[in-house]
Design a binder for this molecule. Structure first.
Ligand SMILES: [Zn+2]
Length: 198
């Protein structure tokens, strides 16, 4: 003889709702202790390699991220955490470090993360680092399925082009090691400044 119970359905309870468990990126097999990621093409290569075996860029000047424990742990989080918000935060923080060693993992995230907001963040940070190696990656990201990412890729290209003079883009390539004496042209404009103003 208890009270009548109210059987109105709880509006917050929906038995048919599919539980949304965020999925971790599939490709989480990189071991930063033995591997590094090429910042120019996103390929995982052996840490000891000074040149990327796929795109051929010189990596000798860029330290592998695995050499630094904090950056390494953040890089692992950035590519393996199941929560896109967490991955995005890790990407953001890696970018803030402002070190060239984070280029590889950011490149990897931009090319591989399943979440557009995480990819966009990686593009944003890569743009801020404005390394010439990122030009090809941004060109590739112009074809990303997400307009958010495509837009950020354009921004990234803009940032790099703004920061780097065209001649510097050739740095590291053998052809650029020739003397550049033709740059030492005499100032031609000095005479023009002598016009007297009355
Ligand atoms: Zn490469």
């Amino acid at each position: 003889m208890g009270k009548e119970r109210n059987f109105r359905p709880d509006p917050n309870y929906n038995p048919y709702r599919v539980k949304q468990t965020p999925t971790a990126p599939k490709t989480s097999v990189i071991d930063f202790n033995t591997q590094r990621i090429c910042p120019a093409c996103g390929l995982a290569i052996k840490i000891a390699h000074n040149f990327c075996k796929r795109c051929g860029v010189d990596l000798s000047a860029i330290e592998p991220i695995g050499n630094d424990e904090i950056s390494k742990q953040l890089a692992i989080t950035a590519i393996t955490d199941s929560d896109p918000e967490v991955r995005k935060e890790a990407v953001d923080t890696l970018g803030d470090f402002g070190d060239e060693k984070v280029l590889g993992v950011l490149t990897y995230v931009l090319l591989n993360d399943p979440d557009e907001n995480v990819r966009k963040e990686a593009a944003d940070e890569l743009g801020d680092l404005h390394h010439p190696y990122s030009l090809d990656i941004f060109t590739k990201a112009l074809k990303d399925e997400s307009p958010l990412v495509r837009k950020e890729a354009i921004e990234g290209l803009k940032k790099i082009k703004k920061k780097i003079k065209p001649k510097k883009l050739d740095e590291g390539k053998p052809e650029s090691r020739e003397d550049k004496e033709d740059e030492l042209k005499p100032e031609e404009t000095t005479e023009e400044r002598n016009t007297d103003s009355l």
